[in-house]
Design a protein around this ligand. Structure first.
Ligand SMILES: NC(=O)c1ccc[n+]([C@@H]2O[C@H](COP(=O)([O-])OP(=O)(O)OC[C@H]3O[C@@H](n4cnc5c(N)ncnc54)[C@H](OP(=O)(O)O)[C@@H]3O)[C@@H](O)[C@H]2O)c1
Length: 246
């Protein structure tokens, strides 16, 4: 697998699946950039990653910061940054927290997509990977904002494909499975729905979805463009070289 000559941006690349994706893309030969939203997390990620990748301070909900970041073109955009909060039944959460989830998980991905697309279309090609979730297609108690935002993101994936596939843009929705990150720590602490009961030992390591994301950036994934993919699909796992699920 080689991504030599490609430049990638991973949003929320300072920890979790984003950090593993930065590593996987760099390992495949891409020049990788990532965002972090605080100086502290950016510093930490820089210490962990070393010279492997270039970090940028950018809160994905800050439109001017995004406009500055996307002055430069990227061949690959991974819309990874997301929040799970608010966790709670609809009568127990605030409209402000609900709106922040949609702004972070959906509207920011739209902004990044629009800014990246201008360069990609001018260049005649590019890859956008929207990190989806089973929650895009199945409601979970206490996750109304997260489910609605991810469902919207899945429709954004299909919209980009419909409008720009003919101009060489490959877009994928990719559900990473249940992965051992801080997001799952918050989910377990909530105790609110069946996902919160999944023991940590049953979670996948972040490098599994990261390897799949890197594979989606290659021409081997061309026939799958425009689709919502799930890491649990046996064919996809075999193509990526991931072990079959028990
Ligand atoms: N883990 C799972 O089981 C699972 C399952 C399905 C889907 N996903 C999806 O996979 C992706 C990565 O999740 P994860 O598990 O790695 O989550 P995570 O450990 O909570 O990491 C989330 C990342 O997003 C960043 N982020 C959040 N809001 C941001 C903002 N406004 N601006 C910039 N960065 C922001 C976080 O930055 P900070 O460090 O500053 O908070 C962090 O880097 C998400 O799209 C998530 O919905 C995860």
């Amino acid at each position: 697998m080689t991504l030599h000559g490609k430049t990638a941006l991973v949003t929320g690349g300072n920890r979790g699946i984003g950090l593993a994706t930065v590593r996987a893309l760099a390992g495949a030969g891409a020049t990788v950039h990532f965002t972090a939203r605080s100086a502290e997390s950016l510093d930490l990620a820089r210490q962990v990653l070393g010279p492997t990748a270039t970090g940028h301070l950018a809160d994905m909900t800050d439109a001017p910061a995004l406009a500055a970041l996307f002055q430069q073109p990227f061949d690959i955009l991974v819309n990874n940054a997301a929040i799970i909060a608010p966790i709670g039944r609809i009568l127990d959460i605030s409209p402000q927290d609900w709106a922040l989830n949609i702004t972070t998980n959906l509207t920011a991905a739209f902004h990044a997509t629009q800014l990246a697309l201008r360069h990609m279309v001018a260049k005649g090609g590019g890859t956008i990977i929207n990190i989806s979730s089973g929650a895009a297609h199945r409601p979970q108690e206490g996750w109304s904002a997260y489910c609605a935002g991810k469902a919207g993101l899945a429709m954004l994936t299909r919209s980009v494909h419909m409008e720009y596939a003919a101009e060489g843009i490959r877009v994928f929705g990719f559900a990473p499975g249940v992965v051992d990150t801080d997001m799952q720590v918050a989910i377990r602490a909530s105790g609110i729905n069946p996902v919160s009961q999944i023991p940590r030992t049953a979670l996948a390591p972040a490098d599994h979805p990261a390897r799949a994301i890197a594979w989606l950036c290659t021409a081997a994934a061309d026939p799958l463009a425009g689709q919502e993919l799930d890491i649990r699909a046996p064919d996809l796992r075999a193509a990526v070289g991931l072990p079959p699920l028990a």
